[in-house]
Ligand binder design. Structure first.
Ligand code: F6P
Length: 401
C-alpha cells in the first residue's frame, strides 16, 4: 500500500483537524495509508514519533490538531534536514503534506527528494498573495484567498467585538473605552475582522498609529456615544515603523519576538491623556490571546479545510510535487485548487514573504474597513450583519422632574 505523510507545524488553529480529515478521506478512497508525524517537524527527526491515522479517528469539528504541533525549526537543528529526509524515506512515504504557516512551509523546499504538496494554515492569513494593484480589486486573482483557521478566528474577532456576543455590551453598560487586541503578527487581517462586529476604530500594523489622532477620535466618539471600542492588531507600529510592544527576551524557534500586550499600553496611554477630560477611568484592555485560535471551526472553515486536504492528496496521487493546495475565489464561492510553490514570493534567505493586509481594504483616515474590504470578507463571514443596539432611552434629569 502506498503511503502519505502529514504533519502540522506552527501555531494551532481550528481548521487543522478538518484538513487532516480531508486528507484521510481522499487517501482512503485512493488506497493510501496516512502516517501522521507528531509535533510538527519534531516528528520527522530521529527522536520523533508517528502514528497511522484513519478518517474515523478525526472529528472535523474539534479544534487543535490530533497530531499536536510545535515550532521546531529543522534549519536550527544540526543535520535536521538530512534526518527529516532519511526518516520520511525510511517510512516509504510516497508523498508528503506539511500543514503550516509561512515558517513551516519555508522548510519544504529544503527537503531534497521528498515530493510535497503543502497546505497552509494560520489565523494570521499572511500566506499567499494579494490581488494585483489597481483601483478595482480582482478577488479571483488572490492566491490562497484565506488561510484555513483565519475564517474561524475572524468570526470570533467579529463576535467578541459585537453587541450581540461581545464586549460592546459592557462598553455600553459601563460607559467604557475598550481596546480589544487581536493576534495576527505583523498583518492586520484579523484586526480588520472587528469591522464585522462594528468596532468604532481599528488599528492595523500596515498603517502607523499616531496617538494624537487616536486621542482626538476617541474624545469625539466618547462625547457623542459614551462608549468606544477600538480593535487593534498585536503587531501595531508607531510612526517610526517600530512595533509598539514586543517581548525582546522571548523569541520563538523561528526567531519571532513574542507579541501581545499592546492593548494594555494603548489603554494606559489613552487613560493618561483623556481620563480627566472625559471624566472616566474606564479605559480597559481586553486580550483574548489563544481564545482566537481555540475551539471548533466555523462551518466555512471546516468545509474549505476538508476540501483542501482532499485536493492535496489528489495532486500527490497524480504525481505532482512542489505545490501548495489553496483557495481561490470564483464569483461568490471559494474553491480548492493548487499552485506551484514557487508562485509565492520569497526573501533572500528562502523564507516566504508574509502577506500584508491589502491596503485597499482599510481607510486610515476613518480607521475602518472600506467597501472593498467588506467584499473581501463576504465569502468568509457572509454579509455584514446589522449592529444590534439596546432601545434608545428618553432620559431626563431628576432635577427637571
Ligand atoms: O502565528 C499565529 C499566532 O497565533 C500569532 O498570531 C501570534 O502572535 C503567535 O502565533 C503566538 O505564538 P505562540 O503560539 O508561540 O504563543
Amino acid at each position: 500500500m502506498k503511503r502519505i505523510g502529514v504533519l502540522t507545524g506552527g501555531g494551532d488553529t481550528s481548521a487543522l483537524n478538518p484538513t487532516i480529515k480531508g486528507i484521510c478521506l481522499k487517501a482512503e478512497e485512493l488506497d493510501y495509508e496516512v502516517i501522521g508525524f507528531i509535533r510538527g517537524w519534531a516528528g520527522v527527526l530521529d527522536s520523533g514519533e508517528y502514528a497511522v491515522i484513519k478518517s474515523d479517528m478525526i472529528d472535523p469539528d474539534l479544534g487543535g490538531t490530533i497530531l499536536k504541533t510545535s515550532r521546531t525549526k529543522l534549519g536550527k537543528i544540526e543535520g535536521g534536514y538530512e534526518q527529516a529526509v532519511k526518516n520520511i524515506q525510511r517510512l516509504d512515504i510516497d508523498g508528503f503534506i506539511p500543514i503550516g504557516g509561512d515558517d513551516t512551509l519555508s522548510v519544504v523546499g529544503q527537503l531534497q527528494g521528498v515530493r510535497s504538496v503543502a497546505i497552509t494554515k494560520t489565523i494570521d492569513n499572511d500566506v499567499g498573495t494579494n490581488a494585483p494593484d489597481g483601483d478595482v480589486v480582482n478577488y479571483e486573482e488572490i492566491i490562497n484567498y484565506y488561510t484555513p483557521g483565519f475564517a474561524t478566528a475572524a468570526a470570533r474577532v467579529a463576535e467578541f467585538t459585537s453587541m450581540a456576543r461581545g464586549v460592546r455590551t459592557t462598553a455600553y453598560s459601563h460607559d467604557r473605552i475598550i481596546i480589544l487586541e487581536a493576534m495576527g503578527m505583523s498583518a492586520g487581517w484579523l484586526g480588520l475582522a472587528a469591522a464585522y462586529g462594528h468596532a468604532d476604530f481599528i488599528i492595523v500594523p500596515e498603517y502607523a498609529l499616531v496617538m494624537d489622532e487616536l486621542e482626538q477620535k476617541v474624545l469625539e466618539r466618547y462625547e457623542q456615544n459614551k462608549e468606544v471600542i477600538i480593535a487593534m492588531s498585536e503587531g501595531a507600529v508607531g510612526p517610526d515603523g517600530k512595533i509598539l510592544h514586543e517581548d525582546e527576551a522571548n523569541v520563538d524557534a523561528f526567531g519571532h519576538k513574542k507579541l501581545g500586550g499592546v492593548a494594555e499600553f494603548v489603554a494606559q496611554h489613552l487613560k493618561d491623556a483623556l481620563a480627566e477630560k472625559l471624566q472616566t477611568r474606564n479605559f480597559n484592555a481586553v486580550i483574548p490571546s489563544y481564545l482566537w485560535r481555540c475551539g471548533a471551526p466555523s462551518a466555512v472553515d471546516r468545509d474549505n479545510a476538508i476540501a483542501l486536504g482532499k485536493k492535496a492528496v489528489e495532486d500527490l496521487d497524480q504525481g505532482a510535487g512542489g505545490r501548495m493546495a489553496c483557495l481561490v475565489r470564483k464569483g461568490d464561492d471559494l474553491v480548492a485548487t493548487s499552485v506551484a510553490f514557487d508562485t509565492l514570493p520569497r526573501k533572500e534567505n528562502g523564507s516566504l514573504v508574509p502577506r500584508k493586509m491589502d491596503a485597499r481594504f482599510f481607510d486610515p483616515e476613518k480607521m475602518c474597513i472600506t467597501d472593498a474590504g467588506v467584499k473581501y470578507f463576504e465569502p468568509i463571514l457572509g454579509p455584514m450583519p446589522e449592529a444590534r443596539r439596546p432601545a434608545k432611552l428618553d432620559t431626563k434629569k431628576i432635577t427637571d422632574a
